[in-house]
Design a protein around this ligand. Structure first.
Ligand code: GDP
Ligand code: MG
Length: 441
C-alpha cells in the first residue's frame, strides 16, 4: 500500500543520523515514485515533491538534530495540505429547502449505509430529512433503506423496484416540499463496475433535481481501484465532495490522498463503522498521520522539536574539546537527555530507533536521581568540576552536606561519571562527530 511504501522510504531515512542534500534528493525521488504508483496525479506529485523537497533541504531541517523526523514532519504537513487542510469541507446546505443531497458510487461502497448515517446527522442538526431509495434494480436495496429508516424513525419515501429512479427523485422532491421535509437524501444505484447506463441515469437525476451536494462514496479498503472509479465519476458528474467509508478497517487512507488528488473535490465525511452514528467529519491532518502510519511517531516528532537543539550540542562539543569530558559536561549531558523526555517511551515509538537512542537509553536516569546529581555537581567548585581527581574525602563530605545528600551518593555519582568518561573516550575515538552522533545528531 501507499502507507507501507512511504514507511519504508522513511525507515531508510531514519537510518541516517545526519542528512545530506543527497539523502533528501533520494528520498524525494522515492516519495515521488510511491505517489505515482498510487495513481496520484502527475502534476500533483510534481508540485508536492518540489514543495517538500524545498522545505526539507532548508537549513532548518538539515541543521536540526533530528533531520529525518523533520523531513517526515514536512511530508505530513504537505500531505495534509494536499488533502485540503484549512479548507471548509462542511456540507453545503445553503439552498431553499428541500435541499437534495445525492450519494453515488459503486455497489458495496457504502451508499445506503451512509444515507442512513447522514439522515441521523441531519436530524441531530435539527433538520428534517427524507430518505429516498432510488436504487430500483434490487428490491433488497429499497428494503435496506426502509429498514434503516425504521431503525432511525426517519421517513423513507415510498418507492418500488422497477420504477424510474429519475421519476422517484422528482416526486420525492415534491412530496418533501408539501410535507415539510427540508433535506432529501438520495440513495442511488451502484454497479460492480462503471457503465454508461448507470452514468446516464445519474446524470438525469442530477439534471432533474439539481442536488446541492453530489457526494461520491468510496470504499477506503479498495485502495487504488477506488481512484480509477472516482476519476470516472468525477469526469461525468459534477461531484461536490467525497465520502470515504470503511476507514474503521485497516485501510491506511492512501485512497483519500489519491481520490482527493485526482478529483480535486474535498473529502467531506468518513465512515468509521457499520453503526449509524459512525460518520465523522474528515480531518486532513489526521489522515496524513494515518497515511504515514505513525500516530505515535508524530508525538515523538513534537518532543524532538522541543528537545536538544543544535546549539546545546555545539556548546558541549566545544567544552569537550577544551577541557575533555568533565563533571560539568557530564551534567550538561544528563540535562540534554532529560530534555528529550523519557527515552524509554521515545524508543517505543520508533520501531527501528537509531543507535543514538539506544546509547542515550544507557544514560537515562530517573528524575529523582537526576536531581540529586544536579545538586551534587552544583555543590562542587569550578576546579572540582573540571578535575574530579582532587575530590578527596573531606571535599566529598563537604559536597554531600552542601547538596543535602550522603557521601555514598557523591561516591556513586563519581563512579558513574568515570564510567561515562570511559565511554566518551571510546566515542571520541570513533570520530569528531561521536558525541553529536550519540545525542541524535
Ligand atoms: P452500497 O451498495 O453502496 O449501498 O453499500 P452498503 O451501504 O449496502 O454497504 C455495503 C457494506 O459495507 C455493508 O455491509 C455495510 O454495513 C458496510 N459499510 C458501509 N459503511 C461502512 C463503514 O464505514 N465501515 C464498515 N466497517 N462497514 C461499512
Ligand atoms: Mg445500496
Amino acid at each position: 500500500t501507499l502507507s507501507d511504501k512511504l514507511d519504508s522510504v522513511f525507515k531508510k531515512l531514519r537510518g541516517h543520523g545526519k542528512l545530506t542534500e543527497q539523502h533528501i534528493k533520494e528520498t524525494m525521488r522515492e516519495i515521488r515514485l510511491v505517489l505515482l504508483e498510487a495513481d496520484v496525479n502527475f502534476k500533483v506529485v510534481k508540485s508536492f515533491v518540489s514543495r517538500v523537497g524545498e522545505r526539507a533541504a532548508g537549513q532548518e531541517v538539515l541543521k536540526s538534530l533530528t533531520p529525518a523526523q523533520q523531513v517526515i514532519k514536512v511530508v505530513r504537513e504537505e500531505l495534509a495540505e494536499l488533502m485540503g487542510e484549512g479548507e471548509d469541507n462542511s456540507l453545503d446546505l445553503a439552498a431553499r429547502p428541500p435541499v437534495p443531497l445525492m450519494l453515488c458510487g459503486l455497489q458495496g461502497a457504502g451508499k445506503t449505509t451512509t444515507c442512513g448515517k447522514l439522515a441521523l446527522k441531519m436530524r441531530r442538526d435539527k433538520r428534517n430529512p427524507l430518505l429516498v431509495p432510488a436504487d430500483v434494480y434490487r428490491p433488497a436495496a429499497i428494503e435496506q433503506l426502509k429498514t434503516l429508516g425504521r431503525q432511525l424513525n426517519i421517513e423513507v419515501f415510498d418507492s418500488h423496484a422497477g420504477q424510474d429512479p429519475v421519476d422517484i427523485c422528482t416526486r420525492a422532491r415534491e412530496y418533501a416540499e408539501l410535507n415539510g421535509f427540508d433535506t432529501l437524501i438520495l440513495d442511488t444505484a451502484g454497479r460492480l463496475h462503471i457503465d454508461e447506463e448507470l452514468m446516464g441515469e445519474l446524470k438525469r437525476i442530477v439534471a432533474n433535481v439539481a442536488p446541492q451536494e453530489i457526494l461520491f462514496v468510496a470504499d477506503a479498503m479498495t485502495g487504488q481501484d477506488a481512484v480509477t472509479v472516482a476519476k470516472s465519476f468525477d469526469e461525468q458528474l459534477p461531484l461536490t465532495g467525497v465520502v470515504l467509508t470503511k476507514l474503521d478497517g485497516d485501510a491506511r487512507g492512501g485512497a483519500a490522498l489519491s481520490i482527493r488528488a485526482v478529483t480535486g473535490k474535498p473529502i467531506k465525511l468518513v465512515g468509521m463503522g457499520e453503526k449509524l452514528d459512525a460518520l465523522e467529519q474528515f480531518h486532513p491532518d489526521r489522515m496524513a498521520q494515518r497515511i504515514l502510519g505513525m500516530g505515535d511517531v508524530l508525538s515523538l516528532i513534537e518532543k524532538a522539536q522541543s528537545a536538544v537543539d543544535e546549539e546545546d550540542a555545539a556548546k558541549m562539543e566545544q567544552a569537550l574539546r577544551k577541557d575533555g569530558f568533565t563533571l560539568e559536561t557530564f551534567l550538561e549531558q544528563m540535562q540534554m537527555v532529560k530534555k528529550m523526555g523519557s527515552i524509554d517511551s521515545l524508543l517505543k515509538m520508533i520501531p527501528g530507533a537509531g543507535k543514538a537512542m539506544k546509547q542515550a537509553k544507557g544514560m537515562q536516569l530517573p528524575e529523582e536521581e537526576l536531581k540529586k546529581i544536579e545538586a551534587i555537581i552544583r555543590s562542587m567548585t569550578k576546579k572540582e568540576r573540571l578535575d574530579h581527581k582532587i575530590l578527596n574525602g573531606s571535599r566529598r563530605l563537604r559536597i554531600a552536606n552542601g547538596s543535602g545528600t550522603r557521601v555514598q551518593d557523591v561516591n556513586q555519582l563519581l563512579k558513574r561519571f568515570v564510567e561515562a568518561q570511559k565511554m566518551m573516550k571510546k566515542m571520541q575515538k570513533m570520530g569528531p562527530k561521536g558525541l553529536k552522533g550519540m545525542l541524535g545528531g
